[in-house]
Design a protein around this ligand. Sequence first.
Ligand code: UTP
Length: 271
Amino acid sequence: MIKKCLFPAAGYGTRFLPATKSLPKEMLPIITKPLIHYGVEEAMEAGIHNMAIVTGRGKRALEDYFDISYELEHQIKGSSKEPLLKEIRHIQNSCVFTYIRQKEMRGLGDAILKGEPLIGQEPFAVILADDLCVNDNEGVLKQMKKVYNKHQCSIVAVMEVPRNETHKYGIINPIKQNGGIVQIADMVEKPSNETAPSDLAIIGRYILTPDIFDILRSIKAGVNGELQITDALKAQAKEGRVLGYKFEGIRFDCGSIEGFVEATNYMYGKS
Ligand code: UTP
């Protein structure tokens, strides 16, 4: 059973400076809802109601967002504006939120390791809220949970990317594919076009088995001097304990300005 979802949200978000000087990247809105709101909805749809958020300095807006705002609620109660708070109220009423801080931004692997006290020794989901995933039928995490329930090992969401963009992602070395499920022999963080073992990139959705914490503790910093989740997953992949999942749906890289604008246009078109 996957009961908890970890949201690493401590990164600086430098691509959105100066906005992210005082506003967490995960609070940037796509139309009216911040990125993290979409991530939490995706986890809820997958039947998860325990949200563990890794924050950092200057990220208090995240905690405030999922808390009640008495003054505002009192002001708009009974007015035509009240329905605008319906969705966030639903989240507040049905989820538990826990928070921990990553004191130094030492990479995604380190942020996940910092989440260990909130997760404990159980398999868990990870959502990077700046990767916005949408699908008309089942959300991506719900699809991945089904794969986990069947195979009981770590699952990473993968998608094909243009060869000249492999340097932005963790790239898998696939052994064989069965429908949307890919067996992984190895993976490499941010390889060049020439050295990339495939064009299948890992995006910001994971289901991880809890031994990943010990692995993260045992490995050294990798690319960019950061502790890389890809390096920890490599160790599991060598033992045949990671599957790639080619999800159904669209993913927007909202950590980049181009992806953020695309997502905004897409959501506006749907609203
Ligand atoms: P990114 O690679 O997008 O880095 O992190 P960033 O700092 O957020 O953004 P830029 O590149 O400076 O614009 C991917 C995810 O990992 C989290 C981020 O919050 C984001 O969700 N992260 C990254 C951490 O929580 N801690 C870190 O030390 C690094």
